[in-house]
Design a binder for this molecule. Sequence first.
Ligand code: BDP
Length: 710
Amino acid sequence: MMKRKYAVLALILLLCCFEAKAEDGSRLWLRTEKNAQQEQPKVKMSGKKDATLRLACDEIHQYWKGKSVVLTVKKNGKTRDGFDIFDDSRAVRIESASSLGVLYGAYTLLRMQAMGQPIQGTISETPCYDIRILNHWDNPNGTVERGFAGRSIFWHDALSAPSGRTRRAVDGVTSASTPQDNAPQKQDDHLVTIWKAYARANASIGINATVLNNVNAKPLMLGDEKLQETKRIADVLRPYGIKVYLSVNFASPKAIGGLSTADPLDPDVRRWWKEKANDIYRMIPDFGGFLVKANSEGEPGPMDYGRSHVDGANMLAEALAPHGGIVMWRAFVYSAKEGSDRAAQAVEEFMPYDGQFAENVIIQIKNGPVDFQPREPISPLLLAMKQTQTMIEVQITQEYLGESVHSVFLAPMWKECFDVAKAPDGFANFDKHIGNRKTAFAGVANIGDSRNWCGSDMAQANWYAFGRLAWNPDLSNEQIAREFLSQTFSTNPVFVTEMTHVLCQSRESCVKYMMPLGLHHIFAGNHHYGPEPWYAPKGVRADWLPPYYHKADANGLGFDRTVETGSGATKQYPPSLYNKYNDLNSCPENLLLWFHHVAWNHRMHSGKTLWDMLCLTYEEGVREAEAFADTWRNMKQYVDADRWEALMKRYDRQARDAWWWRDACVLYFQTFSKLPLPDGFRPAKFKLDDLKRYRLVMDNYTAADMDKLP
Ligand code: BDP
């Protein structure tokens, strides 16, 4: 008897090992095994059986391991793609006014199953934002700007080849699955499989829109060839409720339309955009609209013709309006030459136009006033615009938070922004409808063609968190982390508890070892991975260099943005925040050096001087990064070998590079403060001169490099 028991146990173990080996991260958080044919549950559909409802039915058939399910689309169901789920003892019922709502309900049911949660009472949900949209910074040649997970899943050099093996992939006009010969079919099938898996992952967390190309947009994106490809992608994504958008280059009428100008008030230019919009909607009737980066970082825009953001945005809006399309006009605009405080420029540039944008324009604003730094205060523009629909753009890809090497869970950062937006006298309308306008939330994707989509298995958590927060920004960090970890790795309570703690702490630790106390933009010159607070070559504009931001000198550290002695950017905030930020004593210490130039011997709330506190915060960040690595080392028993090992390498590297950050910043700032290192600060591992000379990592350090590390 005993023997048999052991044999069974051994077999289970063996199967587990086999299963563990097979894990490569490609299934993301959707790892439930398929039902065998004979075990599929009964599913009844009622309502119009469109492709989306059939998909919901399919998902339940294949993955639900419980009693019968009834999927109902009904007039008086939840609107805005919300749903109700309840168990009436005969069946589990999912109801909504739309088939997409039912699909979201189906994924919710499957998530509950994966997490071992029972259905209690009625689960009733409606998404917060109307448009929950990924921004891919993918270029038509297949590269991904600030991408750390391989190449684009949408665009490939090969696809643009005028002839040959992959040509059909471009020509797939009517149907993505009507191949003409074998080799191209393979290519086609492969792409369609990837796009389907991508769409499914997105739908499972409520994402319903995607911008397929980089905001630094190439004009050729609006050429016939790329539009045909866009159509193919849209056709695959449609049943999953995902609308496609494109980033457009403002100079397109000139670059590909044969016109002599792109002036938004020129009648030919206006006609060109209208015709272009008509063409697009003929091919893709539910096309979402345009995302525009204009007059920013060298991109063309209306100002090239002496016109304004309103002229530019409203012209595109007019072209899209008859089709229900939307313009997402980015506010990431700062002076083309060195100008006023960069953190103040978006407000200066956009506030004069508040209320003048067309109904179908949304102003897309980064969460902070500068550029996706590990910690920024909220962008004052988000609180200032009163008559314009705004939306927040966050960065899921970790351009400034350790790329896909450091495991940094970003939900706490995004929630911090939502929370501050609730300032009683601030007027944040990114989550309120102005008239009939739509609300939206955008995230710059961290997705590429690497096997696990995101370069690092843990970086998947940020894709997941983006979708969940766009659906419900009130979810807690812990809840999202727990959901992600238990579906993606293991439901073991020890694992989930320990790693939830790691995830939820990780962003704060990253801030501590990179840029504590409000420091920002002290990254290396030609990549944004490592530190280079000293980087200041001649001839480069000052506001692209770290010393512009940290302003270290013999007296102290930090950017004075106060009204009295500094740039006055604090004045852009509503009074409650202005009063808090402008005063050295009430300014939150985690933003102190963002708003103030602070003396080295300034007493912090802890009683320590700024200098000691700075050093010790860096130290704390490193210790926390080391603790994360130790925790992950202990998680080996809960996670399959491959993913455990890949992440172990990353956690070790993160801890090592946290030391690099600590040493580089503290030793460099010490050349100004001339103060001794405080007790509790472990001796430096690196010498400042070596750090300056070798820069420790290869430039453009990527996930691919990571995998080559010993
Ligand atoms: C910066 C990136 C740059 C982007 C730019 C943007 O470094 O690659 O093009 O933002 O958002 O963070 O337009």
